[in-house]
Design a protein around this ligand. Structure first.
Ligand code: ADP
Ligand code: ZN
Ligand code: ZN
Length: 836
């Protein structure tokens, strides 16, 4: 007999775990993972049952009131994972549980009440007339409930709430249920199947007619060009096309299309699509049939790795795998094999990929191999799409779930594989509370679920590689690159592209003030001449365009974050803060000295885009950055345009560094390599090395070969040196020396604590107080190997109007010192990935 239950109470203001008593009438129906309603103070709140206990931890317990959803929301393995994560990250358990419950579901779940069909007219209920109706002892509230349900039909608890503000109607309703007058059932609403509308356009006239009209579409040259491009695009496509594709292709806007429609050249239609986020992709796949479903024979190196992975499936006691393979060495093929193996065993697979940018290409490869069984989760899904995918996963309809870190929490009942692509990627760390690292969580999850875990990367983090080298994970290596299948014999291997380092100081001395060195210009020209593609990469941080006063040096900053504002030419010369989206017009005069010479300066992707256009007229340039990808599906559109050779040059930021496979790219230019070096953060060198190596890996993915040109003001910097030699081992060795000297990971662990306040003095005072409290705690506990660094202002010392102060703890297990204590108002990160 179950007597008590531990429940994670799920409202923001009370994130905690409490014991509740189980009333007799619910005992038979309760199970672990269910969403229930419990009293909390004078509120009724929702919570998830974590486990049943014989003895409560407090003397007085209240009763569980209702079951909201009979089918468990969380599996018992998920609950075990949540408990592990809460302890490892020092986060409240309810906050972690919340990560696993899809947004909106807890609001949508409810109880439906309806009047039972008793075989007599319901009018009797209204009049409460005992001559016609056998029930005479109805209270006022009970009568009101019945009246409402008679008038309105079945109602949900939340709808009833709005009719009874001050009255506790639930007791009365329960009584009516017990008497058999009402019936109630839990409802989790069906996915809203209301189809979504999208706007499409199509050519409406014969080609000759369109051709005749094309030279006279607008008054100015610019409108003529936009409308002409749009029309030409539709003349090529013939089929109806989603308007956002037309915008992306031609640079036109809705009013351009309206004008083309008014002239009868094109037609608009609303077209219905079902909310499956993959369907659009699946359709395009069918029409283009780009990817073949031919399963490649593994290379000898892949086979060796595969043997070990396959063995792991039949072992119970196993280690995680670190699959360390250069870019293009066939790692993804191994994830696919492993997923096939787990599906064969009747189990499911989770494939984690870095945020959005990588998703389209990887997803496609999985879709071809698991048609109709792949679920995609990403941050731009609507709540409805997310909920539908969650339901399909829970119903066992999805065999493979692909997505960023949150995909780890898909409700799968029988997980056989977790594969993490580009496991070094920063997006696996959630940098807002509850802080957690999805790679660490995946390790724990695989252990708890008995699943095989593969972490793959060309540039695993120092700590990940260290763990493999010290036996905590099993190392699989793929040291060579495979040539893209279509153009070569099977199993032809390729060299990594050569990287030349260009000293930009020398360029300046030679009188070249442009953003491109002579070598890069030559290489770009040659590439374009051969009809091949080039990528120009900018490291985002610090390369944007800032606005400075030439006279007094004043730089325009965000009033809330102290962050330099970046200049956006396209957005009507507006200045934008990339932290908080604060926006202002570019001033005419310097706010400090009144000088008129206030100008933009720097190296944004817009500037690079423009420069390429000037230097190589007629070149088709695509820009892929923060600004061009705010729209849903933008990544997919830009990427597929480039992959289909509808553009020659792709200019972009960090996103380019993520596992793209683009065979026509033979040149990668790193416009400035040293950005992000020399920051006061033990992890900054590692980040720059990773990004440079990854971006260089985009060149030369086919037998056409390729080259990388890396421009820098610090050619002698060890990170630049190591990256230019594709020297992971060398970088690793030298970096470990520095980490060891300073006791940083993997030689010690860190906890970062941050306090924010609108007033700098208050933040500083609180930081000082907490630091002394921690110091005494460290001393009293005899933690002689643990040091406290700070309190100091953070490197980015102000954010969204608040001042930031931090304390770092460094030692063998600093989190242990904080266990069980409260730090109200503090953000506490265990094993942080940046100290900025
Ligand atoms: P990674 O994930 O390491 O970047 P991929 O799995 O994407 O590598 O492989 C790189 C390219 O080589 C892809 O085009 C892929 O289709 C191809 N490829 C992978 N394995 C094989 C194989 N065994 N035989 C032929 N081509 C392969
Ligand atoms: Zn700001
Ligand atoms: Zn000035």
């Amino acid at each position: 007999m179950k007597s008590f239950a531990q429940i994670a109470v799920n409202v923001p203001s009370v994130a905690g775990v409490f014991d509740y008593a189980i009333p007799d009438d619910l005992a038979g129906d309760l199970s672990v993972g269910q969403l229930v309603i419990v009293p909390f103070g004078r509120q009724r709140v929702q919570g998830v049952i974590l486990r049943f206990v014989d003895q409560p931890s407090v003397a007085e317990t209240k009763d569980i009131l209702e079951i909201l959803v009979p089918e468990p929301l969380l599996t018992s393995v998920q609950i075990a994972l949540a408990e592990w994560m809460a302890e490892a990250t020092l986060s409240p358990l309810a906050g972690i549980v919340n990560l696993m419950v899809p947004t909106g579901i807890s609001q949508k779940a409810d109880v439906l009440y309806r009047i039972r069909d008793l075989g007599f007219g319901n009018r009797a209920l209204e009049t409460n007339d005992d001559s016609q109706f056998p029930i005479t002892d109805l209270s006022q509230t009970q009568s009101r409930i019945l009246k409402l349900l008679t008038e309105r039909g079945p109602l949900r608890g939340r709808q009833l709430d709005t009719h009874f503000h001050t009255v506790d109607w639930r007791k009365s309703a329960e009584w009516l249920v017990r008497r058999g007058i009402l019936e109630k059932k839990s409802v989790l609403p069906e996915p809203r199947v209301r189809p979504k509308q999208i706007r499409v356009a199509q050519l409406a006239v014969p080609l000759e007619e369109a051709d005749a009209a094309i030279s006279d579409l607008g008054k100015t040259e610019a409108t003529q060009a936009r409308r002409g491009a749009a029309l030409r695009y539709l003349m090529r496509e013939l089929d109806e096309v989603n308007v956002s594709w037309i915008y992306a292709e031609s640079g036109c806007n809705l009013s351009d299309l309206r004008i083309l429609a008014e002239r009868g050249l094109i037609v608009f239609r609303e077209s219905e699509i079902w909310r499956d986020p993959l369907e659009g992709i699946e359709k395009r796949l069918e029409t283009r049939r780009v990817e073949s479903s031919v399963v490649p024979t593994l290379t000898p190196e892949q086979s060796r790795a595969w043997e070990q992975i396959q063995q792991a499936f039949s072992q119970t006691d196993r280690q995680p795998f670190l699959l360390h393979g250069v870019t293009g060495s066939g790692k993804t093929e191994l994830y696919i094999r492993a997923a096939e193996e787990s599906v064969r065993r009747g189990e499911q697979a989770i494939i984690l990929v870095p945020e959005i940018a990588l998703t389209p290409q990887t997803v496609r490869r999985f879709m071809v191999r698991f048609p109709g069984q792949v679920g995609l989760i990403h941050s731009k899904l609507s709540e409805g799409e997310r909920y539908d995918t969650w339901r399909r996963a829970r119903a066992g309809l999805l065999k493979v779930v692909i997505g960023p870190r949150s995909a780890l929490f898909a409700p799968l009942s029988n997980i056989g594989l977790i594969a993490i692509d580009e496991c070094h990627d920063g997006s696996y760390y959630q940098s807002e509370p509850p802080f957690y690292h999805a790679v660490e969580a995946a390790k724990a999850y695989a252990r708890l679920a008995g699943a095989v875990l593969i972490m793959g990367s060309a540039t695993p983090s120092l700590v990940q590689r260290w763990e493999a080298d010290t036996g905590k994970s099993a190392l699989l290596e793929l040291p060579r690159r495979i040539a893209s299948a279509q153009e070569s014999k099977p199993h032809q291997t390729l060299d990594l592209p050569p990287i030349s380092v260009i000293d930009m100081r020398e360029e300046l001395k030679a009188g070249n003030r442009g953003i491109f060195s002579h070598d890069l210009l030559d290489a770009l020209g040659n590439t374009l001449e051969r009809g091949e593609q080039a990528i120009l990469f900018l490291n985002r941080r610090g390369t944007a365009t800032y606005v400075f006063c030439r006279d007094c040096g004043y730089a325009l900053k965000c009033p809330q974050c102290d962050n330099p504002l970046t200049f956006h030419m396209e957005a009507k010369e507006r200045l934008v803060c990339h932290h908080c989206s604060y926006t202002r017009q570019k001033p005419r005069k310097c706010p400090q000295c009144g000088s008129k010479y206030i100008r933009e300066y720097g190296l944004g992707s817009e500037r690079v885009e423009k420069e390429v256009g000037v230097l190589f007229p007629g070149t088709r340039v695509l820009r892929w950055d923060w600004e061009t990808t705010r729209q849903k599906d933008a990544h997919e559109i830009i990427l597929s345009h480039f992959a289909n050779h509808r553009a020659d040059v792709l200019v972009g930021t960090q996103m380019l560094a993520k596992g793209l496979d683009l065979p026509l790219v033979t040149l990668v230019g790193v416009v400035l390599a040293d950005v992000g070096l020399n920051l006061p953060d033990p992890f900054s060198s590692e980040r720059v090395f990773q990004v440079l190596t990854q971006v260089a890996g985009r060149a030369g993915r086919s037998i056409r070969g390729g080259q990388v040109i890396l421009q820098t003001f610090q050619p002698e910097h060890p990170v630049v040196q190591a990256a230019s030699g594709h020297d992971y081992a060398g970088f690793n060795k030298q970096e470990l020396v520095g980490r060891k000297k300073l006791g940083y990971p993997p030689f010690g662990r860190l906890v970062r604590m941050e306090y924010r306040h609108r007033e700098n003095e208050r933040a500083e005072a609180e930081a000082g107080k907490t630091a002394s409290r921690l110091k005494s705690k460290i001393e009293a506990g005899g933690h002689v190997q643990t040091t406290l660094i700070g309190p100091v202002p953070c490197f980015f010392s102000k954010l969204r109007g608040e001042y930031r102060w931090q304390i770092i703890l460094r030692g063998p297990n600093p989190a242990q010192i904080l266990q069980g204590q409260r730090f109200d108002g503090w953000r506490v990160e265990v094993d942080p990935t940046s100290l900025l």
